[in-house]
Design a binder for this molecule. Structure first.
Ligand code: MOS
Length: 745
């Protein structure tokens, strides 16, 4: 039996998905269901001075109209903690419809519940609001003078600034200096499945929510705190989730609003956000600007890095995506200063969005590196090699594993980097200017802080079920967990089933920061190994077993049969043992305790990106012709799934580089393009030839299965490689994303 890990196993849920049989949260059949529609504030700042709900209340089919006057108060809004702590994780520390204040455009101001969604939607248009408005801040440029340096950012996880060495002195003494400012449009996640919650009260204090989430346990704990109920009152189920990218990592208002509405009308209530509401209800990547100053010697060696970010956050929370984290440690660099500056604006609190922080932070660094390469006349690849650090420049500790140089080298081979003419504008094919660019990719390996648990049960027919509270939002985690459990138990994958997607299962952190599969995978591995070892101990202690008296350490399991490692013909199957001892099943609850955060290593994921673009010399249209991405994510659990994730990330980076932007209309304080028709993401016609490869490096430090995660690293550096290629093609540097054609005319 060959190991399941590393092999390609098709998605265990793939068949159900392609046949349309998977049950998403808005599709679970529920009898006597009522439908809720949220009504949003049409102003961005001010207060509601009057509400007339009478017409809406009289409309056909309407069961209730809820506003701040009759919704009821929430018990307690938990602190803003990332789901990664396995705790309550609200999207923001503000809960709407508690008073008449309006803090941002699109803030929920009413909920209509009716017997059909159409009737609820229609009645929502009949509510008359009057507002007293106050001036709103919706753009960074409106309020730069009010910027402040927060004590902590990112839900309190990271400090607002950091430094080492003497950056001012080193910059003053630098032989070469690149100083550039990069601007980033706000971005929205746009998963195919809109966020949805179906709330069912069985009794006054027994609530089930079918919710579209990255963390059923986090939803359970957050809603419990908001409603003032113990967690035992609430069960959250998430059978299938249609994409997320960070929009369903934190717990936004809709599950709690659905629960409150359901309690009010005494019926199950379903609340599905509209596509437009997805732009104001689940966070976004914030509008931001980053200034990078790199000091170097004439030979290209970096002597100093100053990295400042200014971004727009909400009135309530000091949120900034952690854009300075990886850039700070990407290269050997003794003098460093990184500072986050925040401006409070009239917006929902921003949130995680795929490659949170590094999609933007590494863009800035890697574009500045390209400029440095040009200034010192060194090939961009060679410049990265020259500045490679085999220790974490922040802590001085060795990397648990790196692979940056191997990834750069492998990408160069696959791409054909080495015969590149470095002169910008040196290649032309008809009307097309051709250019190539590269970038390093780094993403932190985030470890959960709390123990991760799983449950494993083997039946006397030799099949096993393994469970943990993780949800499947398209990453393939249920498939990968089937493989991890199968290998640990010594069973073929067909005899193992993984079950997740419920808060009744062992608590697993919400899957964020590329840490989902490593967290649940480690718990599943530890648990399945414990179950296997328990069965081996039973066998060697049983005088009727052929393994009686054997050293348990010398017993291994192959295809469900426990055998002596040296004499594989001696042994018995799990099934034989369990039948003989009249045991229907054996179950264990296992715990993985993540390593301490201050272990003796720097822990990061590395990769390399290369891109070739063609820019229309007259029209400024940019077409990406080829992309190569090579990554070192530790062990690869499933080649097909990992490559899909990485390729998806690279195409996400293409979108970031050329298309994705949410445009604020400052007059109204509302997004001007809150639809999939107006918010552009790459489609197949935009997708170039994408080559993905991995460099597998053993890492025994990160976790027992040696994986670092593939969810975000594929995004990082892709946009920079494209922007650098655009410069190589045209001689023009673009300092603002997305690079739309008017910027090249
Ligand atoms: Mo991921 S953007 O941290 O959910």
């Amino acid at each position: 039996m060959s190991p399941a890990i590393g092999a390609t196993l098709n998605r265990v849920d793939g068949r159900y998905k392609v046949r349309g049989e998977s049950r998403y949260s808005a599709e679970v059949p529920v009898p006597n269901l009522a439908h809720a529609v949220v009504v949003n504030a049409k102003v961005a700042s001010g207060r509601i001075t009057s509400i007339d709900t009478s017409e809406a209340e009289r409309a056909t089919g309407v069961l209730a109209v809820l506003t701040h006057r009759n919704l009821g108060r929430v018990a307690n809004v938990p602190r803003l903690l990332p789901s990664l702590a396995g705790l309550a994780a609200p999207g923001q520390t503000f809960f709407p419809m508690q008073d008449e204040t309006v803090h941002y455009g699109g803030q929920p101001v009413a909920i209509v519940v009716a017997d059909t969604i159409e009737r609820a939607d229609h009645a929502g248009t009949l509510i008359r609001f009057e507002y007293e408005t106050t001036p709103a801040t919706t753009l960074l440029d409106q309020a730069r003078d009010r910027a402040y340096v927060p004590e902590r950012i990112f839900g309190g996880l990271l400090p607002g600034q950091g430094s080492r060495g003497d950056v001012a002195k080193a910059l003053a003494e630098a032989e070469v200096c690149v100083d550039a400012t990069y601007r980033f449009a706000p971005n929205h996640h746009n998963p195919i499945e809109m966020s949805a919650s179906t709330a069912i009260w069985d009794d006054v204090d027994r609530l089930t929510i079918y919710d579209s989430t990255q963390g059923p346990n986090a939803v359970q704990l957050t809603v419990a705190e908001l409603l003032g109920l113990p967690p035992i009152s609430i069960r959250v189920v998430s059978h299938a989730v249609g994409g997320s990218f960070g929009s369903k990592a934190m717990v936004w208002h809709h599950p709690t609003l659905a629960a409150l509405a359901a309690r009010h009308v005494g019926r199950p209530v379903r609340l599905v956000l509209t596509r437009e509401q997805m732009f104001t209800s689940c966070g976004h990547r914030e509008e931001q600007e980053q200034r990078i100053t790199v000091g170097a010697r004439a030979d290209g060696r970096i002597t100093a890095l100053r990295h400042h970010k200014i971004s727009l956050t909400s009135p309530f929370d000091d949120w900034a995506e952690p854009s300075l984290q990886s850039a700070a440690v990407a290269y050997l660099n003794p003098n460093y200063e990184g500072v986050y500056h925040l401006v409070r604006g009239n917006t929902i609190t921003p949130t995680f969005m795929r490659a949170p922080g590094e999609a933007t932070g590494m863009f800035a660094l890697e574009c500045a590196m390209d400029e440095l390469a040009e200034r010192v006349g060194i090939d961009p690849l060679e410049l990265r090699m020259r500045n490679y650090s085999d220790t974490d420049p922040e802590s001085g500790k060795p990397w648990s594993s790196s692979g940056l140089r191997e990834c750069l080298q492998r990408a160069a081979e696959l791409f054909g980097w080495h015969d590149r003419d470095p002169r910008p504008g040196s290649r032309r094919e008809g009307q097309w200017l051709i250019g190539t660019g590269l970038a390093s990719a780094l993403y932190p390996v985030t470890q959960p802080v709390n123990p991760q648990r799983a449950k494993a049960r083997i039946y006397n027919d030799g099949t096993a079920v393994v469970e943990a509270g993780v949800s499947e939002f398209g990453t393939g985690v249920f498939t990968a967990m089937t493989q991890v459990a199968a290998d640990a138990l010594g069973l073929p994958v067909e005899r193992v089933r993984f079950v997740g997607g419920s808060s009744n299962l062992p608590n697993i952190t919400a899957a964020v920061g590329s840490a989902g599969t490593s967290a649940v995978g480690s718990a599943v591995h530890v648990t399945a190994c414990e179950l296997r070892d328990q069965l081996i101990r039973r066998a060697v202690g049983d005088d009727h077993s052929p393994l009686h008296g054997a050293d348990p350490a010398r017993v291994e399991v192959r295809d469900g049969k426990m055998v002596l490692a040296d004499h594989p013909d001696v042994g018995e199957t799990y099934s034989d043992l369990l039948h003989r001892t009249m045991t229907p099943d054996v179950e264990v609850l296992g715990t993985w305790n993540p390593p301490p955060q201050d272990a003796g290593y720097g822990i990061h994921t590395f990769g390399a990106q290369m891109a070739e673009v063609a820019v229309d010399a007259e029209l400024g249209v940019v077409r990406v012709r080829r992309m190569v991405g090579v990554f070192a994510p530790g062990r690869v659990l499933n080649r097909k799934l990992a490559h899909s994730q990485l390729m998806g990330g690279m195409l996400w980076g293409l979108g970031q580089a050329l298309m994705e932007a949410t445009r604020m209309d400052p007059r109204l304080g509302r997004w001007a393009n809150a639809s999939l028709a107006d918010y552009l993401v790459p489609v197949n016609a935009d997708a170039p030839d994408v080559v993905v490869d991995t460099v597998e490096m053993r890492d025994d430090v990160v976790n027992p299965i040696g994986i670092k995660g593939v969810g975000e690293i594929g995004v990082v550096g892709a946009a920079a490689a494209i922007a650098n290629a655009v410069h190589h093609a045209t001689g023009r540097r673009c300092y603002e994303l997305p690079i739309t054609l008017e910027k090249l005319l």
